[in-house]
Design a protein around this ligand. Structure first.
Ligand code: FMN
Length: 345
């Protein structure tokens, strides 16, 4: 059987394979980072440093589960989370980044979630100074003001990337959400603004309403594999259409998920929920799954498989477009009627 070359390139780094731990508490301390590297992680993304965390070290949230809370409007009114159990403040974050960069022997990607234009660049420089290999800008922004148009939101996101690009030299990945009117247009503009990679997509956490306390409450539910379809679709569309590395995040739990993302065109896939649920072994299993799938089908490399089912290369590119919409509905209806036939009579 062929032994496939699993190597891939991401943000200019050559990685042994495309399964990378995403930003989450499991990448937030040096011991678990070492365990991830022992399990085969070819690079790691640290949890985000939040600007609010730097500005006010004594703020409070529940176990990092509301990691985007600082970007909600309430933040300005003093509703701010406690980062203590998530990562332990800016100094220890910078220490962690420096330690990881010097000890791990794989590229370390620090992550930044800024709040003010000056904040993004200031902390990007501080993070670069720790010796990390690259920076991921975690743009977790909810447009809640009707006065702010789509163009305003895009301009804001693009100018922060331009500002950070000017301020630092290491490669920059931009982690975005899916809520843009035209993902390909905005992706190209991020590339033009200086992004070396796009991470698709940030998973926005939706709060719940507690009917006992009559309050809005944070409720983080870890992902399940079917959630990967959104990123799968857009990576397939962007492959070959945007001049950046492409990373897939959300719903990557197994080797099968990794294979699908690679076929769509991802340079790397990122895991958080699977690692939080099953530990570093989930990464090793996913790499084995990828290897076995390729070997069984005589692929010589990840590079050979990459993008072969992207929109531009798929035998039926319409599968990624509106032409597939009616067909999906018709197929479902036909199957449903066949299955439900007995009950409907
Ligand atoms: C508890 C938790 C904390 C997270 N913290 C961060 C963070 O600090 N920065 C970030 O960019 N993403 C963060 N994420 C998002 C993950 O990196 C990932 O993009 C998301 O969970 C989807 O991937 P998954 O389906 O593998 O979980 C966090 C996710 C979880 C579950």
């Amino acid at each position: 059987m062929t032994v496939p070359d699993l190597g891939t390139h991401y943000l200019g780094f050559h990685l042994a394979h495309p399964v990378v731990p995403s930003a989450s508490p499991i990448t937030g301390d040096i011991d678990s980072l070492h365990r991830l590297v022992e399990a085969g992680a070819p690079a790691v993304v640290l949890p985000s440093l939040f600007e609010e965390q730097v500005e006010n070290d004594a703020l409070a949230l529940h176990h990092g589960l509301e990691f985007g809370a600082g970007t909600f409007g309430e933040a300005t009114d003093g509703y701010l989370p406690d980062f203590e159990d998530y990562n332990t403040g800016p100094d220890s974050y910078l220490d962690l980044a420096a330690k990881a960069a010097s000890e791990l022997g794989v590229p370390v990607i620090a992550s930044l979630n800024g709040a003010s234009p000056g904040g993004w660049t200031r902390y990007a420089r501080r993070l670069e100074d720790t010796g990390v290999g690259a920076l991921e800008l975690n743009i977790y922004f909810m447009a809640t003001e009707a006065s702010e148009t789509a163009a305003d939101v895009e301009r804001r996101c693009l100018s922060l990337v331009e500002d950070v690009r000017e301020a630092i030299d290491v490669p920059i990945a931009v982690k975005i959400g899916p809520y843009f009117s035209s993902v390909p247009a905005v992706a190209q503009r991020f590339a033009a603004a200086g992004a070396d990679g796009l991470v698709l997509f940030n998973r926005f956490y939706q709060p719940d309403i507690d009917l006992e306390t009559m309050d809005v409450v944070p409720d983080l539910v870890l992902s399940s594999p079917h959630e990967m379809r959104l990123a799968l679709q857009w990576i397939a569309v962007l492959y070959g259409a945007v001049d950046t590395s492409l990373a897939a995040t959300t719903g990557i739990h197994t080797g099968t998920d990794v294979v699908k993302m690679v076929l769509a065109g991802a340079d790397v896939t990122m895991m958080a929920s699977a690692l939080l649920k099953r530990g570093p072994g989930a990464l090793t299993e996913a790499v084995t799954g990828l290897n076995d799938w390729l070997a069984e089908r005589d692929y010589t490399s990840v590079a050979q498989a990459k993008g072969s089912l992207s929109r531009q290369a798929a035998p039926d590119p319409g599968r990624y477009e509106r032409t597939n919409y009616m067909q999906t509905l018709v197929t479902y209806s036909t199957d449903w009627k066949r299955r439900a036939g007995g009950q409907l009579r």
